[in-house]
Each structure stands twice: as C-alpha cells, then as structure tokens.
Write a protein that binds this ligand. Structure first.
Ligand code: PEP
Ligand code: MN
Length: 343
C-alpha cells in the first residue's frame, strides 16, 4: 500500500501519517520523488484498511501495491534510480560499460587488460578475486591479493572496480576494496548474504540466478533494499535452457521486463550468457538496442591462457569494436521513456 500525499502536504502532515502507520505495527517508508511525496507501507501480512488514514490531513490517495516486491517496484518509485560510482552515473540516460577479465590472475595481467579496456571506453573494471567455480579443483581466485591488485588498477587507471563477494566471511574485505559489490548468480537467493549486502555502504550488482524468474530476482533485490541499501544494479546474465549452441540463454526480454517493473538500473552480461566469444558483440548490440543501462563484458589480452572463462573472453580489439557499436546504438536511441515498452 502507498499513501500518496498532496503536493502541498506539510512535513507535519507527513509525520502524522508515518506515526499512524507505525502505531498499527507496520513499517512506514517515505519514498523520495520529484513529482510526489508518497509513503510506502511494509510488513503488512494482509490488505490494509484504507480507513486507517481517515481524518488525516494532506492525504491525497491510497494506492494498493499489486506486486509482491515493493521497494524495487515502479509502483513505489516511478523515477529511475541513478547510481554514482566514481565519476560515472549508472542508470537511465547513461550507458555504462564494465569490462575486464573473469578473474584477477596477476598484477601484470590485470594492469595490461585494464589499460586496454580503459582506452577502448570502459568506465569500470571487473575481475574476480573470489571465484565461484563449478569444480573445487579449478582456479579459485587470488583472494585478498586479488583485491589489492584491483585497488592498484583503480589507482593507476582511475577505473572504479567491481568484484564479487562470494560469502559473508569475505564480505568485509571485498567491501573495503571494491566500488561495486557483485553478488553472483549462484548466490542470488543466499538470503543472509543479501541482507549483509543491504547493510553495505556501496552499490551492489545483483546477478540473476541461473534459473530465477523475474519475480524471484526482484524479490532478491528487495532483500537488499529492505535491509537499507537502495543502490542496486540488476544484471541479466543468461539462464539455463536446453540449448547447446551457447552456455546459457541470454534472456533479453527479462531485462526489458525488469526495466519496466523496477526503477533500478539494469545491465546485461553477454559473456556468461553466451560462453562463446563470437556471440558477444551481436548480443551486446541487442542489449543496447533494447535500452539496457549498460554491459558487463569479459576481456582478456590472452584468452587462450586465461585461468577461467577464456572461451568467452573478447580480445581487446574486439572489445573496442563492441564499445563503438553499442555507443552508437545508445546515442541513436536516446533515453527512456521512449526506450521502455508502454502498456
Ligand atoms: C562473474 O561475473 O564473475 C561470474 C561468476 O558470473 P555469474 O555469477 O553470472 O556466473
Ligand atoms: Mn567468468
């Protein structure tokens, strides 16, 4: 339920509404917005009696919220969320390109790739220090040493970094070093990790689970917002299907749906979706064409020698082509709302 206040409602009237909500054992969440003042009600198990607000001045409308997710929905907040990272803005009207290797393998490897992706147009650098690998015998990442290398990349190239927090044990370390904390696909429903991310003071990039529905994905984001962190970026990275021509299936329609359903920025990771280098540029163009807010792409200067995900890593020259193409598409389409579907 949303209580929409009159444009001219006073602060005192807003506080009266909040007090009334809390007196009924519910949580009131004022929603910032340029065009209206609204107060969301959370924690109600059943429908709320609109009569609860009878006699309160300044209340314009009582709007039921139909979605299971609240804070992430456009019903709660119609305006797009914009997230500032370093000098970059992520969200509507911007197209942010995050690039780098699957894993940080050495200082030299990270520096070499960072220099190339920056020159090609990446605004942020990616690289796993803690790697979720299917096999316990595969390279697991450099851990804290990898985080220190990422900090050097940031310093040397002025590239804010994105890296994954795989568990609560390593969360504090990752949070201390990174600019954006990534929650990986395998952890999308790790609810205690999501709550921890909700207490972080840094933006969170939440990947869609390998088989998650859009509702489940948005509910996972809701965990982070409801725990206090409003800065969440959603990332579509492909879901498991029966096909054999790609590692996963990039579900671009899911990216489009969450873009409409939620005010949070939505980016696309074609690398983990395709698993094959030759599909990455066309899929990236498609993502830019549908109005995604950015991309996360794996790049390696020597993909054949990469310790993980070499087959899907672009050569730096291919990444430069990708950047040119997607920037041209974004410039041609312009900003939403035209880019969004309208029902
Ligand atoms: C990654 O981006 O490093 C990664 C492991 O991706 P995902 O969680 O989507 O598999
Ligand atoms: Mn990878």
């Amino acid at each position: 339920m949303l209580v929409v206040m009159d444009q001219k409602a006073t602060e005192e009237q807003i506080q009266d509404v909040i007090r009334r909500i809390e007196k009924n054992g519910l949580t009131a969440r004022p929603i910032p917005g340029g065009q209206r003042v609204a107060i969301g009600i959370l924690n109600n198990e059943g429908p709320i009696e609109p009569g609860m607000f009878a006699g309160l001045a300044g209340v314009k409308d009582i709007v039921p919220v139909t979605r299971p997710y609240k804070l992430v929905s456009r019903e709660f907040q119609p305006e797009d969320t914009l997230i500032q990272v370093g000098g970059t803005t992520i969200g509507n009207g911007h197209f942010t390109i995050i690039a780098g290797p699957c894993a940080v393998e050495s200082e030299r490897q990270a520096m070499t790739i960072a220099e190339k992706v920056k020159a090609a147009g990446a605004q942020l650098f990616r690289g796993g220090a803690f790697k979720p690998r299917t096999s316990p015998y595969s390279f697991q990442g450099l851990g804290i040493e990898g985080l220190k290398i990422l900090a050097k990349v940031r310093e040397t190239f002025d590239l804010p970094v994105v890296t994954e927090a795989m568990d609560e044990t390593s969360f504090d370390q990752v949070e201390a070093y990174t600019y954006i904390i990534q929650i990986g696909t395998r952890n999308m429903q790790n609810f205690s990790l999501l709550r921890r991310a909700g207490q972080a003071g840094k933006p969170v990039l939440l990947k869609r689970g390998l088989m998650a529905t859009v509702d489940e994905w948005l509910m996972a984001a809701e965990y982070i917002l409801s725990a206090g962190n409003q800065q969440v970026i959603l990332c579509e990275r492909g879901v498991r299907t029966f096909v054999r021509h790609s590692r996963n299936t990039l579900d671009l329609s899911a990216a489009l749906v969450v873009r409409n359903e939620s005010h949070l920025p939505v980016i696309v990771d074609p690398s983990h979706a395709a698993g094959r280098r030759e599909q990455i540029i066309p899929l990236s163009r498609a993502a830019a064409g549908l109005g995604a807010h950015g991309l996360m792409v794996e790049v390696h200067h020597r993909p054949a020698e990469a310790l993980s995900d070499g087959a899907q890593s672009l050569h730096p020259e291919q990444f430069a082509t990708l950047c040119r193409h997607v920037k041209a598409i974004h410039a041609m389409l312009g900003d939403a709302p035209e880019g969004r579907t309208v029902d």
